[in-house]
Design a protein around this ligand. Structure first.
Ligand code: SF4
Length: 177
């Protein structure tokens, strides 16, 4: 049975929700494939070895994102950059417009719903000097754009991938052309 993983880097989880929004088609998929790892939908801390297809959502903004990306790349035969953040940097890339101090102050002091006591935590993984698209750091087999990708498109490509078909999808980011 095909082993599927969905990794979350710096993003909003909307791309994973887009996969969940396939609704009853998911039932067909889980009959054909095991979802072995997804931090959003299951309590599994580490991606296992021997993943067939890893969907990676979100950009690479901090050290932890980079470590997780490198790990899942080593453990997956096929890696799909899923969504605009993963393909190009997306929303996370906008963080480069502000200093780290300004970002942390906004998130932990000014937005009361996220941290009403105004304390900036000290255990946040360090930022890299810039945001990276997934393909900047590891080999990507397929790029699937969209914020999030369209449901109709996911319905075309995910069952075909799970069935082991080779798809006519972009194999490089427009950013690297
Ligand atoms: Fe969220 Fe859009 Fe980024 Fe997907 S591409 S993680 S929906 S911001």
């Amino acid at each position: 049975m095909m082993k599927i993983a969905i990794e979350e880097l710096a993003g909003c989880s909307g791309c994973t929700i887009a996969v969940l929004d396939l609704h009853e088609m998911l039932l067909d998929l889980v009959a054909e494939a095991d979802i072995v790892y997804s931090p959003v939908i299951m309590d599994v801390k580490e991606p296992p070895e021997g993943i067939d297809i890893a969907f990676v959502t979100g950009a690479v903004r901090n050290v932890e994102n980079r470590e997780r990306l490198e790990k899942i790349r080593k453990r997956a035969k096929t890696l799909v950059a899923l969504g605009t953040c993963a393909c190009y940097g997306g929303i996370s890339g906008l963080s480069m417009l502000n200093s780290n101090d300004d970002l942390f102050s906004c998130v932990y002091r000014e937005v009361e719903t996220t941290k009403p006591d105004g304390v900036i935590p000290t255990d946040v993984p360090p930022f890299l000097y810039r945001a990276f698209a997934v393909g900047d750091l590891v080999k990507v087999d397929y790029y699937v754009t969209g914020c999030p990708p369209k449901e109709a498109f996911l319905k075309q490509i995910i069952p075909a991938m799970v069935a082991g078909h080779t798809l006519e999808l972009s194999r490089k980011s427009v950013c690297s052309e």
